[in-house]
Design a binder for this molecule. Sequence first.
Ligand code: SOE
Length: 400
Amino acid sequence: MTQQPRPTLRVGMVGYAFMGAAHSQAWRNAHRFFDLPLTPELTVIAGRNHNAVDEAAKRMGWASTTTDWRELIARDDVDLIDICTPGNTHTEIAIAALQAGKHVLCEKPLANSVEDAKRMVQVAQDTAAKGVFAMCGYSYRRTPAIALMKRMVAEGRLGTIRQIRAQYLQDWLSNEHAPLTWRMDKYKSGSGALGDIGAHSIDAAQFVTGLSITEVSGMLKTFTTERPVGGDLVGLGGHGETKSDAAKGPVTVDDAAIFTARFDSGAIGVFEATRTALGRKNAMRLEINGSLGSLAFDFEDMNFLQFYDGTDPEEARGFRRIMVTEPVHPYAGHWWPTGHGLGYEHSFVHQVADLVAALGNKTQPTPSFSDALQVQRVLAAVEQSAANNSQRTPTRNEES
Ligand code: SOE
């Protein structure tokens, strides 16, 4: 008997840069590797520049284009809006889409302020009651090793969680000649390394432990306070040199952020997010120390998870290097035979698969906008702490 074709989920995406490309890959492939209740269709992509969005549509596989995101929302052949734009546009697009009855996937961080995030949460809660759902794209929680960390913590393999150590280290702004882009403009991005990559660490730490951050003390640093305007924007946000006599513009966000955190259980944490750790390319690291064991992950070695089991016989104790490619591991069994490994793009496919499964079951996908609001609160608290110079004691003073 021939199987009935699955209903479609017609997607309209706003944006076509790095995240647009990663999300497009996920919309194209999720239903080919996961048994989904709905089959995504890449219906329309929106971008401000007509030629650029047409080129992107051809390259990424979108059926049509528009230069006005409002048209996506007006179309009755679009069921979900995927927001892959700078943070200052998330609130307006997401609220308009939800109120038009479209599901929403919104890239992280949710918004550029707690106030905007709260507005988005309110609308999302109202529309969820009518079966229109919203999710925020914290994709790292869908890396198999991080999902395995959560499973092992929930199974009690670490005992009582005591310390969380999270670093997200990049180096694409180590070069002071790297050009100014929207990621260095506070109005567009909300913050620098803190909100761009520190947000991933905050979400992952809370997701894996099931704990919430209740208090922080932070420091922000901008090493290069002005950068050349224009120049070749290659890669993440602006690799490459620009002409030395190029006009310069102000950097209004942090290059690096560090903060300590207290969790609701009494656990404590240390967080670091930087774009100037020369030599570290995308080292999203998370270590959890518990009373019975420890787990440690580094995205630059993303198919492996380090596990120290304190309940092992004393002579056998040591960090084990688990290859997270077995069918028993989260997501891994949908792909290749054990040992063949996955990459950065697979977490976005897992994100789409889980989102579509939830929509097909008419249940709230996670992380919800409320989950993302909690991250936004932590980001704002770190910025406030850094601005107030709170908890900082000079090591020298006039007497010493
Ligand atoms: C830039 O730092 C960036 O593209 C982030 O915006 C992404 O969220 C991260 O996954 C990779 O680096």
